[in-house]
Ligand binder design. Sequence first.
Ligand code: HEM
Length: 240
Amino acid sequence: MSDKSRAGSAAATARKPRKRRTPSALLKFVMALSGVLLLLYVVLHMIGNLKIFLGGQAIDEYAAYLRMLLEPLVPYGGVLWIVRIVLLVSVIAHIWAATVLTLRARKARPIKYAGGSHQVKGSYAARTMRWGGVIIALFVVYHLMDLTAGWLNPNGVHLAVNDNVHADFAPGRWYVTLFYVIAVVALGFHVRHGIFSGMQTLGWSNNNRERTIKAVATVVAVVLTLGFVSVPLAVTFGVV
Ligand code: HEM
């Protein structure tokens, strides 16, 4: 290669725009913020679901009430649509930040651990989070087609929540109940670790607080899990 062409290619390399990296701190903040919004939603959703224990009419009225929130300031169903948009943006942001951070961590540690009892704790937790996240994502897609759109529901009538839920978790469809239970348990683990690592990311955890934060994360996760699984189980076993 001549000196001239060598100089030319060096200049081209220098001119090549370098891809801007999203700072890891920003990605972690996005994960934490979207995680908090999603957690807030699932806690409210779980509380709302418990209305079924007050009777079928109570849960159907609650579903109708959600559509009428802030009427007439906001048109019928408007608040629900705002919530849906915030949820969708949060889910996309959460998965995007998780994927970029995972790929970065993998690049920084190209040699895999040998495995066995010597595996690093953080790596185990991270794997659980990833698989848990995948199960929850698949569940949400199924769940929306089942109880929101009604396509996969044997009853599937809009706003007939009580009948839809009873058709869904009928004793003969124990496998649907089982799937819901597995997904909610995965959600419980995800939330427990998410709260704990989120607190660390935001710098609110230290040696003194670690036990308290772990205890709070466990209580939130257990209450959420029990609250959610109680509905499909109560329907399958004929309690409601
Ligand atoms: C395990 C018990 C659960 C039951 C019985 C249940 C029940 C329902 C029902 C009946 C609806 C439709 C409500 C309506 O149209 O007014 C719904 C919607 C929804 N659920 Fe669940 N759910 C459960 C768990 C979950 C979990 C664990 C998540 C999230 C991880 C979740 C996320 C959603 C979402 C995003 C919607 C759509 C809300 C909307 O746009 O209208 N659900 N659920």
